[in-house]
Design a protein around this ligand. Structure first.
Ligand code: ADP
Ligand code: MG
Length: 489
């Protein structure tokens, strides 16, 4: 149940709070009611199809989902990064149980005791997981060592090229506390991470991506979710209640944080200033609330809008980049807090819900692909897909409900998980045997995320009013020529 749109937004579904600076001010205003109604009709049809699920598509359309939908689907890309042994792990003996071979990570099963090993023991000694990218960052001397630059060249550049084309992008880091999430996302002054590098890439855009836009506009915001409450990391005022922002849902643009400060930036230095300010605010909070940073999720959002001329007509391409540093994944595990009195309070609801959302989406996507394969046989005319009565066990099942609204994090990242976004997950692990359980749980989680299929699309707004206006001007001009010619005659 979407909450009503805030009153400061145009009533026709326009989403712009601040008018654009590049002289298209009037063109970005409210759309005429007839166009708005046309848009609403499309949205209603789309929503109905979504709610009915894939299996509920009308018989005629069941042969295969719309071609446009198939083309635009994209699996969540998953990368794995293994960090160096920490001082403590080294002191404990530093036994490494992880190995990376191209795109496969192998973990030695330490639960199998070598002394008891025998021919009757059929358990796997090595468990392997395949990913889109695997980064071995354990030893800088190793030839396959993956530095921050290597990670950026794969993941950062794909974030940038997606943003330049007008897609929404989400990159999130997942792993236990101390596994290298913040190092990968933010980095250190000596070894800069993905977020600052992506920002730098936006400002120093190179020609090899696509045509340069006429102008572009970059706005950033930085928030933190702690104990299911949202806090703006970029407000200077010393508010007494820092965690008070509300999440609402706009019928067209989806969930957003009400009152979150947006900062217009014009160069790289400004973004770095804001990033540092936000990180410092996170750390200050951590000293007040014990260990807050490893229990909070930080989302750095870049709104990247390009004004382009397409066939000499102005249009806008808007892309939203979410760079997310999640809380330590051990907080999602109820067994982690077993010995604590305040057990319930310590479990991170957002992280637990994220796990449920990811596994439900993965199940749905697998169901979708099996539907597709059955349907492709049907289209060849051999088997009838709906020979089962609806609702029967063996027939195509309904898609499971995705509980996005059960937590703030999943609600805000709704589009990034199974929606209009290209999404990359980077799972970080420690190579040490002492982290075996956490490592296995992160790897299973990440493998699950690989199955999610998103539906990214280019967010382009054509200025219909402007097109009509161009026609009007042409018409007036031709009329004027005719009139002046007839006066001469
Ligand atoms: P998290 O954010 O997951 O809790 P951090 O990013 O803070 O973990 O990493 C914990 C420690 O490990 C930090 O001191 C960090 O500098 C170090 N570290 C993590 N990943 C790497 C890496 N790939 N290379 C070098 N040091 C790393
Ligand atoms: Mg961290």
């Amino acid at each position: 149940e979407a909450e009503p749109a805030p009153s400061h937004l145009p009533p026709w579904g326009g989403t712009r709070e601040v008018p654009p600076p590049w002289g298209l001010r009037w063109a970005a205003g409210p759309r005429p009611p007839i166009l708005w109604l046309w848009g609403q009709r499309g949205a209603l049809v789309a929503r109905e199809q979504r709610e009915r699920g894939v299996a509920g598509w009308p018989r005629a359309a069941a042969a295969s989902p719309p071609a446009r939908l198939r083309r635009d689907m994209a699996n969540v890309k998953v990368a794995l990064r293994v960090r160096p042994l920490s001082k403590r792990e080294n002191a404990e003996g530093g036994r490494i149980i992880v190995e990376v071979d191209e795109k496969v990570a192998k973990v030695r099963n330490i639960k199998i005791d070598n002394r008891l090993e025998g021919p009757w023991d059929t358990r796997e000694k090595i468990v392997a997981f395949g990913f889109d990218f695997c980064y071995w960052s354990v030893d800088p001397e190793d030839p396959k060592y993956a530095s921050q630059e290597v990670v950026f060249q794969d993941l950062g550049t794909s974030v940038l090229s997606g943003a330049f084309k007008g897609y929404n992008i989400c990159l999130f880091a997942y792993g236990q506390t101390g596994s290298g999430k913040t190092y990968t996302m933010m980095g250190t002054p000596a070894s800069i991470g993905l977020t600052p590098r992506v920002c730098e890439g936006l400002f120093s855009r190179e020609d090899d991506y696509s045509e340069q836009p006429a102008s572009c506009r970059i706005e950033v915001s930085f928030l933190e979710i702690y104990n299911e409450r949202v806090r703006d990391l970029l407000t200077q005022s010393n508010q007494k209640k820092p965690y008070t922002l509300r999440v609402r849902e706009h019928p067209e643009t989806g969930p957003y944080v009400q009152g979150l400060s947006q900062h217009l930036v014009t160069d790289y230095k400004q973004v770095i200033g804001l990033l540092e300010e936000g990180i410092a605010n996170r750390i200050t909070a951590a000293t007040h609330v014990h260990d807050a940073s490893s229990r909070s999720h930080a989302i750095f959002t870049i709104q990247y809008t390009q004004a382009i001329l397409e066939n000499n007509l102005p249009s806008e391409i808007a892309s939203k980049i979410n760079l997310v540093d999640l809380a330590g994944s051990e907080r999602a595990d109820p067994s982690y807090c077993k010995d604590r009195i305040t057990e319930g309070a310590n479990i991170n609801k957002s992280l637990v819900t994220l796990g449920i959302v990811i596994s439900t989406l993965a199940q749905n996507s697998q169901m979708f692909s099996s539907c597709q394969s059955i349907n492709s046989i049907t289209s060849e005319g051999d088997i009838h897909v709906s020979s089962h009565p609806p609702g029967s066990v063996s027939g195509p099942r309904r898609q499971a409900y995705i509980p996005y609204r059960d937590s703030i994090l999943t609600w805000l990242l709704k589009d990034s998980l199974g929606g209009n976004s290209k999404t990359i997950m980077i799972a970080t692990i420690s190579p040490a045997s002492s982290s075996y359980n956490e490592t296995m749980s992160t790897l299973r989680y990440a493998s699950n995320a690989k199955n999610i299929i998103n539906k990214p699309r280019v967010n382009e707004v054509r200025h219909q009013l402007l097109i009509l206006f161009n026609f009007y001007i042409c018409f007036k001009f031709i009329q004027h020529i005719y009139q002046t010619q007839s006066e001469h005659i």
